[in-house]
Design a protein around this ligand. Structure first.
Ligand code: CDP
Length: 218
């Protein structure tokens, strides 16, 4: 049974890699960021961001989350991402979500012979004994450009595009920093992770590189 852990910075190519590997090997894939994003979007919807018991409210909501139901959620806005990074620092919330991620891995590994998770602390905390650990990153500018392309905005005036790109760069820089310096489950490569910089390679090249490592072809 094979466990594959993918961690890394925002928009580094983790998600695309996870999906491609999932298709190739027929192992279920979980984008764990969706859990944090789902809770963040709930907070926004309920307008409870400033309540004194925010962590408790997040925990209550998290207890009832069903991972399989989150797969088709579209929660990829910058506001949601920013709030996700804030609540991701709550220790009790992480405990609940960690258990759900471990359970997902346990069940699917047994059923399909393997499982793929991507996030920030997969190789360090969730699957410390994973067979393969990858830490994916890229320069801030490259990642911001990728995220802008993902937004699929058909026509933008040059100045608006520049402005959006700058905003994305600032948001991501802030989020990477918060993710990396937090005390609990910080974004750091596991000691035994393959660290791959995707600044100069595309999604397909990353996929080949990682597949070769998994298949022992290095
Ligand atoms: O797609 P992107 O890399 O931009 O973000 P994401 O994976 O959806 O994660 C959103 C936020 O959730 C991150 O910035 C982290 O603060 C948090 N997160 C986490 O703390 N641990 C994880 N395993 C996954 C996400």
């Amino acid at each position: 049974m094979i466990e594959i852990a993918i961690d890394g910075t925002a928009a580094s190519g983790k998600g695309t890699l996870g999906k491609k590997l999932s298709n190739k090997y027929n192992f279920p894939y979980l984008d764990t960021g969706i859990l944090y994003r789902k809770i963040a979007s709930y907070i926004i919807k309920e307008n409870i961001n400033n309540t004194s018991d925010l962590e408790k409210q997040c925990c209550d909501f998290a207890q009832n989350l069903i991972l399989e139901e989150l797969k088709n959620e579209n929660l990829r806005t910058e506001i949601v991402a920013k709030l996700a990074a804030k609540i991701a620092t709550f220790p009790d919330l992480r405990k609940i979500l960690n258990n759900k991620q471990k359970e997902f891995n346990k069940i699917n590994k047994k059923k399909y012979g393997g499982c793929i998770l991507d996030g920030r602390d997969i190789g360090t905390i969730i699957l410390p004994n994973a067979d393969f650990k990858f830490f994916i990153t890229a320069s801030l500018e490259v990642r911001a450009k990728r995220r802008l392309l993902e937004k699929n905005i058909s026509f933008l005036h040059e100045n608006d595009e520049k402005c959006m790109l700058l905003n994305l760069i600032n948001n991501m820089r802030e989020r990477d920093k918060l993710d990396s310096i937090r005390k609990i489950s910080p974004l750091v490569p596991a000691k035994d992770a393959y660290i791959i910089d995707t600044s100069l390679i595309n999604a397909q090249e990353l996929f080949f590189k990682v597949s070769n490592i998994i298949e022992g072809k290095k």
